[in-house]
Write a protein that binds this ligand. Structure first.
Ligand code: ASP
Length: 422
């Protein structure tokens, strides 16, 4: 049986068991024990196995990608195309979200008592997030921090600064192209070695994927407040509709026109990536799979996938930006705050920028979303209203985040004259 079929079965079984436990055994003490001692640790072990390889993988594949591209003019061209694609497609995604939220106006459907109830039940979590964001700088300092004073302290923390890591990797890659070939060779060999080792570790981790995925989904569904689905249904529908339009409308058009590839075949080839993204809610945890599927199934050359995909896992988040745009406007509607077209334009720009700065981990965008809310004068504690359904939306938006990265890599490959696998 293929790997994605096994993961898919794990996903379905985990979800079904979780929903059943949620419905029939919500109050049973054994459910807590199963969650705390079995499903949570199993899910976290799987996620950790994937995420622990991300820093060496991003460093090795990005600097090698740059070194393999070789000449700086070519690097500039590929870099320019990649970043422009990221920004344009992400802006398009937010625009889709904003059009839908203005048309559907989900905020008008939320009953006042549900709003008060949600604000109080998720108050503690919302306050914690708010306090954490007070320490997060977003602005000119974010830009300065991209160039770290100490590269080790930038990454040796629980939430590594991925933009700083990207910068270090790019600079090292560029330096490798400048120094003498014979001097560059030993480091290139070492980086190739690191790359190969990460591939093997990830392959081992992915053997465990069907169980890890089942555990992750079980933890989510067995705790999920399904009554929230009904209370927030119009909001959820708006986000999911936007994501679906982007995933199944915009991506196929981009794949057809820019990568000149059959969209159906594309989706079939990247199934494992979409499943991994859905179940882990993390672009970073999916990155190793994204890279290997792009190279092995689609035939994207290693210097292009090694360059575009690590950048994309942090910087290109179409689903996240769309979700942020919809959420800001939804909360404005809930609080009866009118956002003029000018302010909505700021929401578009901020959603794109914060999506670039969001960490590719579960709920990585939430702290930055809180910052956008305060910027446009919406009470940031309003985030409490959507926290209960965030994981579900996160699973879906992460699928777009990683699919978007591969569509970009496919486009860059074609535009650089490489044929993709049929
Ligand atoms: N979970 C998302 C990702 O990893 C980020 C987010 O939207 O919170 O791509």
């Amino acid at each position: 049986m293929s790997r994605h079929s096994k993961i898919f079965i794990g996903l379905i079984l985990g979800a079904a068991a979780g929903v059943l436990c949620n419905v029939f055994f919500a109050a049973a003490p054994f459910l807590d024990i199963v969650q705390i001692y079995i499903s949570d640790p199993l899910g976290k072990i799987f996620l950790n196995l994937l995420i622990m390889m991300v820093i060496p993988l991003v460093f090795a594949s990005l600097s090698l990608g740059v070194a393999q591209i070789g000449d700086l003019k070519k690097l500039g061209r590929i870099g320019f195309k990649t970043i422009s694609y990221f920004l344009l497609v992400t802006t398009l995604a937010v625009t889709i979200g904003l059009v839908l939220v203005n048309l559907i106006r989900p905020g008008d459907y939320l009953p006042a008592e549900t709003k008060t109830q949600l604000l109080s039940s998720y108050k503690e979590q919302a306050t914690q997030i708010k306090e954490a964001t007070e320490k997060t700088e977003f602005g000119i300092q974010t830009l300065v921090n991209i160039i770290p004073r100490n590269p080790f302290s930038a990454i040796a923390r629980p939430n590594p600064d991925m933009l700083a890591l990207i910068f270090i990797s790019l600079i090292v890659g560029i330096a490798l192209t400048i120094i003498d070939k014979s001097r560059a060779e030993p480091l290139i060999r070492l980086l190739e070695g690191i790359n190969d080792v990460t591939v093997v570790v990830i392959n081992i981790a992915m053997k465990f994927a069907p169980y890890g995925v089942a555990a992750l989904i079980f933890s989510v569904t067995s705790r999920f407040g399904f009554d929230l689905l009904v209370a927030l249904s119009m909001y959820i529908i708006t986000v999911l509709l936007g994501l679906a339009i982007h995933q199944f409308g915009v991506f196929p058009i981009l794949i057809k026109t820019f990568a000149r590839y059959n969209p159906l075949l594309f989706f079939r080839k990247v199934q494992t990536v979409m499943l991994t993204a859905f179940s882990t809610s993390s672009s970073n945890a999916t990155l190793p799979t994204t890279i290997s599927v792009s190279q092995n199934n689609l035939g994207i050359p290693s210097h292009i996938s090694g360059f575009v995909l690590p950048l994309g896992a942090t910087m290109n988040m179409n689903g996240t930006a769309l979700f942020e745009g919809v959420t800001v406007l939804f909360l404005a509607q809930v609080f009866g705050i009118h956002l003029s077209l000018g302010v909505q334009l700021i929401v578009v720009i901020m959603s794109v920028l914060t999506a670039v700065g969001s960490a590719g981990v579960p709920s990585g965008s939430i702290p930055l979303l809180v910052i956008v809310l305060s910027m446009v004068n919406i009470p940031p504690e309003g985030i409490a209203i959507i926290l209960g359904v965030d994981r579900l939306l996160d699973m879906c938006r992460t699928v777009l985040n990683v699919t978007g990265d591969i569509t970009c890599a496919a486009y860059i490959s074609r535009s650089e004259g490489f044929e993709l696998n049929k």
